[in-house]
Design a protein. Structure first.
Length: 325
């Protein structure tokens, strides 16, 4: 007999939804402005093509951060007490542990390569100068720009493989403790779901997905000034290959790197039909080392030449007294 409606695979997976609540999916949560600090050259490309490039975190400075989250979560998951709480018996613990190991292996050998992030910094609506540390770290030492996007202009698609999430910060001890708390919540949900033996892999998959999500959205507290948010592409949410055509590469200072080159616009199942770069872009802040009247006029000409003259009214020169070294 087929599963009853309340016991389908999807229904069982939905039992773990509390592990994946995102602030941006809560309609009561104010939608922030998010700034992407970059170079003038990259800004030109983004505006010309209406395209942003997502990077693989394993090729970024966040490599250690992601590895810490994944490996610490995997270590905590195999706790006998946790598994007994979740699935009751030693035999069922072995089944779910084996399934978890399979998900861990698939991530290392397959999904990790095509997991991508686009990084932004939460931006105060009254700030037309940008953040000095962000200019120094990501904005070409003040000679770049900050593209400020208004997330209130986003219509979210719940089935999308792109997820928007706020990064949280803590010490290694803090993050280990948070992972432990999250897995305790997972164990409570698994016990309540009372998964059949042949469906224990669903619980294992939910646990690994929650650990991966945590690893991709947490960083050491030393980075907290960045106030980072991320748009994350999860390949396991894109089994239909809706964004497969965006998979590409870039040759840079570190050699060849995988990239997801996402054209901002309507893609069924990925983004809403009202998505457009010009609608999202709230302002453009010129870096403090590139904000003279002459530099502003030059950028205005660039906008005219690339067919974006309407964006000139969104230009704001930063007033931070930083000059090129």
């Amino acid at each position: 007999m087929p599963d009853s409606p309340e016991r389908t695979d999807q229904a069982l997976l939905d039992c773990f939804n509390p592990l994946f609540l995102s602030p941006l999916y809560d309609e009561k949560t104010p939608k922030p402005l998010l700034a992407h600090y970059t170079s003038i050259k990259v800004m030109e490309a983004i505006l010309q093509r209406s395209q942003v490039w997502f990077s693989n975190p394993l090729f970024m400075n966040d490599l250690q951060e992601v590895r810490f989250g994944i490996n610490e979560g995997a270590r905590l998951f195999v706790s006998p007490d946790l598994l007994k709480k979740a699935v009751k018996t030693e035999e069922r613990s072995k089944i779910i542990q084996s399934a978890f190991a399979q998900y861990y292996s698939e991530f290392n050998h397959q999904d990790a390569f095509d997991t991508y992030v686009f990084c932004l910094s939460e931006h105060d609506r009254n700030n037309n100068d940008g953040i000095l540390s962000m200019w120094r770290g990501y904005g070409q030492h003040g000679e770049g720009v900050a593209l400020v996007f208004d997330t209130a202009a986003l219509t979210l698609v719940p089935t999308s493989p792109l997820i928007i999430a706020k990064v949280t910060y803590g010490s290694d001890h803090d993050r280990s403790s948070q992972l432990s708390t999250m897995l305790e919540q997972w164990a409570d949900l698994a016990a309540k779901a009372d998964l059949p033996d042949d469906k224990l892999h669903i619980g294992a998959g939910a646990a690994f997905a929650a650990i991966k999500n945590y690893a991709l959205t947490t960083k050491h507290k030393g980075f907290s000034e960045e106030a980072e948010w991320r748009v994350i592409y999860y390949p396991e949410r894109d089994r239909s290959g809706l964004l497969k055509h965006c998979m590409d590469y870039h040759i840079g200072e570190r050699g060849v790197e995988p990239k997801l080159k996402y054209k901002i616009g309507h893609i069924p199942g990925v983004s809403a039909d009202d998505l457009a770069l010009d609608r999202l872009l709230e302002r453009i802040i010129l870096g403090p080392s590139h904000s003279s009247p002459l530099a502003k006029r030059s950028v205005e000409r660039m906008l005219e030449r690339i067919g974006k003259p309407e964006l000139k009214k969104k230009l704001w020169p930063s007033g931070i007294p930083l000059r090129p070294s």
